[in-house]
Ligand binder design. Structure first.
Ligand code: MN
Length: 716
């Protein structure tokens, strides 16, 4: 551990003397403030801020960052107020220290917590001055390096947090050296045995690989020399945690991973990178599809390099990265490279400008959003790609799996919200309930009393909570609806015998239930509603003589087919709101006013067709399952029909057609246009109308349009 004087001398290599003095003053201030405090290792506390400043000095950070590093634990640990720092060291440094303290106070117990408000605060701190993050990262790095002094449980918690939060942040900021060190230290603390095992294997492999490695290295160097290309070639080793993740994630064996020989060629300028690429490609054959030009298209964190993989001797894969010194610096230190202290006359070249631009972009984003939402969205997607973070209108953050829809969100908020949701607003605009959500969006669910889950939701929800709740609700709903339909069907038949369910004596009902091996009347009614049992047959049994078991035989025997149909048919009235056990056939799309019949399909309830539907005629065998229906005079709702319109080709006619439909107060679900020849088109429309009267008004309006040749309502 260097003393402050040795440290100050080092700083002299890139800072002005008065700046070095300010850093030194900050050190002495911290030393006094932490007087009497020691680290877990027994050293005086001030050794820690000094080490943090040292890490930042390695990155050539400016003097204000170094001062903040010296003072970073003062507010938190010694109770000295921020104001005192303002008067001592100025607003900027005090702000930095305050920002770091705020970050320190957040302990990220879980990813979800880290994501929530904590992350937002962090982003806000970052927006004010990204150096807050850099100081915090250096602080964390020193703590990780000295983790050994802590107890097992605390060590693991810090290691986990480092792997989950800080390493990804460092990576996001392009600070590769830092993120790999975080990963290796975190790995070692979390999984000491595994880390040791891999370290040993790497050491052994190194010996075996040495000869071939040197041969390839020499060959590469010779080729560069022959071509007159300046550049240094270095061998690259994968870091332990990287190897571990590859073994786990890609299920590769240790040897498969180690069998790759990796090099980096560092040259003077971008132009040389491409010439070196040509030289190595002529030396060994490149792997097709593995070449990446991150110089032309840098990664989002500013990373630049050429990547290629070659077939070496005996087919050994050789991975090569080619970049300039500048890109190398940027690849290692990322955003910190931007803060490198520069004398006034130093020219800012392209790469630094790009980093600056990236940072500016982040800050602008922040400003434009007015809060940190958009910013979070951008950073977070990189940090935790499998989750999305959605805001409630009140600003609460909900964590959902990637691909979650507004319906998933509604159920995550509350089961009742999910069950009664009818629409949603995403960022204050109406949006489809099925659209996958993106991080940072604000979602508002619109509910309506009496609304209920739509079975179609099951095709797009992805959370277990939404799925099981929808299923549960539908099952329940279906049961009660089938009971009520069954009751109506049965009562209708009983009415034709001038009686009703209420008039049937209780013992008789119980007898029939017993015959059917059922306990409750509800089960029997539900069975009728679902189409498993015919109302007529059940009615006959209920009315049969009081002789016990008067009507024997299996309940499904249709021998008792209504032969004595002298009884009046009392049609069942359809209201349009029957729900899940009554549906409208897609083949003929009946609407109120059409003559209709109901077809009871076992287990599925009743499907309503037009009386003239061809599908029904084809099913002639099941006459007894067909019921005569009427429309209730109070029928409500919208019903789907399909129209086919032949048009003469002319400008704007489709738009006119669509307007015509809307003007007639009907809504279009789907429109498709088929051009037949140069002169005519055929338009198919799926439209929702109230009834036949509404439909005829609509047709009249369309027919009046210039260029409409023919309109047909489609059936089957
Ligand atoms: Mn600290």
């Amino acid at each position: 551990m260097s003393s402050i004087e040795a440290f100050a001398e080092r700083l002299g290599s890139y800072l002005e003397p008065e700046q070095v003095n300010l850093v030194r003053r900050a050190y002495f201030y911290a030393e006094q403030a932490h007087d009497g405090q020691t680290r877990r290792s027994g050293e005086p506390y001030v050794t820690h801020p000094l080490a943090v400043a040292d890490i930042l000095a390695d990155m050539h950070m400016d003097h204000q960052s170094l001062m903040a590093a010296m003072l970073h634990d003062v507010i938190e640990d010694t109770g000295i107020p921020k104001d005192a720092l303002v008067s001592q060291f100025g607003e900027t440094v005090a702000e930095l220290v305050d920002g770091v303290s705020k970050l320190t106070q957040m302990t990220f117990e879980t990813k979800a917590e880290a994501q929530a408000e904590n992350f937002q605060k962090m982003a806000l701190a970052m927006a004010r001055d990204i150096r807050v993050i850099l100081v915090k990262l250096a602080d964390r790095l020193h703590n990780m390096r000295t983790l050994g002094a802590l107890s097992g449980e605390k060590r693991r918690r810090i290691a986990k947090e480092t792997l989950e939060i800080y390493a990804p942040i460092a990576n996001r900021l392009g600070m590769h050296s830092l993120s790999t060190e975080f990963e290796d230290l975190g790995f070692k603390a979390m999984y000491p045995m595994r880390s040791q095992l891999i370290a040993r294997a790497v050491r052994n492999a190194r010996g075996n690989r040495k000869e071939l490695l040197n041969r390839i290295l020499e060959t590469l160097q010779n080729r560069l020399r022959e071509e007159g290309l300046p550049g240094r070639v270095v061998g690259r080793e994968k870091h332990l945690y990287g190897i571990y993740q590859k073994m786990r994630g890609k299920r590769k064996s240790f040897n498969e991973i180690m069998d790759v020989y990796a090099f980096r060629i560092i040259v003077d300028k971008p132009d040389t990178c491409y010439r070196v690429l040509g030289a190595v490609h002529s030396l060994y054959k490149p792997f097709p599809g593995r070449f990446k030009d991150y110089i032309a298209i840098p990664k989002s964190n500013g990373y630049q390099s050429l990547h290629t993989t070659l077939f070496g001797l005996h087919g050994v894969p050789i991975e090569i990265q080619i970049r300039t010194e500048e890109m190398e610096e940027l690849a290692n230190n990322g955003i910190a490279a931007h803060w490198v202290y520069k004398s006034k006359d130093e020219i800012i070249n392209g790469n630094h400008a790009r980093t600056r631009q990236w940072l500016k972009g982040v800050l602008e984003l922040q400003e434009r959003a007015g809060n940190s939402l958009e910013f979070i969205e951008n950073v977070k997607i990189d940090l935790f790609p499998d989750e999305v973070y959605i805001f409630t209108p009140k600003g609460r953050i909900m964590e959902l799996p990637k691909g979650a829809t507004p319906v998933d969100f509604a159920y995550a908020v509350h089961t009742d919200v999910g069950n009664s949701c009818i629409a949603c607003r995403v960022n204050r605009r109406l949006a489809p309930l099925s659209e996958p959500l993106q991080s940072g969006q604000t979602v508002e669910i619109i509910t309506a009393p009496g609304a209920r889950p739509n079975p179609a939701w099951l095709s797009f929800v992805i959370t277990g909570k939404a799925r099981s709740n929808i299923r549960h609700f539908l099952k329940h709903q279906r049961h009660s609806e089938s009971i009520s339909l069954g009751e109506r069907l049965l009562d209708k038949v009983l009415a034709s015998f001038d009686t009703s369910l209420e008039d049937i004596p209780e013992p008789r009902i119980r007898q029939v239930l017993e015959d059917c091996k059922m306990e409750h009347l509800e089960d029997l009614l539900s069975d009728i509603g679902l189409g498993n049992r015919m109302a007529y047959v059940v009615a006959r049994r209920l009315l049969a003589s009081d002789a016990p078991g008067g009507s024997t035989g299996s309940p499904r025997t249709d021998a008792e087919k209504p032969s004595d149909q002298s009884v009046r048919e009392l049609p069942l009235a359809i209201r349009g709101t029957e729900g899940l056990v009554v549906s409208f056939a897609r083949c003929c799309n009946p609407i109120p006013g059409d003559p209709i019949v109901g077809y009871l399909s076992s287990g599925k309830g009743m499907v309503i067709h037009q009386e003239t539907c061809n599908n029904l005629a084809d099913r002639g065998h099941a006459d007894e399952k067909i019921l005569h229906l009427t429309w209730d005079k109070d029928v409500t709702g919208e019903f789907t029909i399909e129209l086919r319109v032949e048009l003469e080709h002319q400008r704007g006619i489709i738009a006119q057609l669509a307007t015509g439909v809307t003007m007639a107060d009907a809504s279009i679900d789907k429109i498709s246009v088929d051009e037949r020849d140069g002169r005519t088109s055929v338009v198919q429309l799926v439209i929702r109308v109230r009834d036949r009267l509404h439909l005829s008004q609509l047709i009249k309006r369309i027919r009046a349009l210039n260029g409409v040749l023919r309109i047909t309502r489609l059936k089957n």
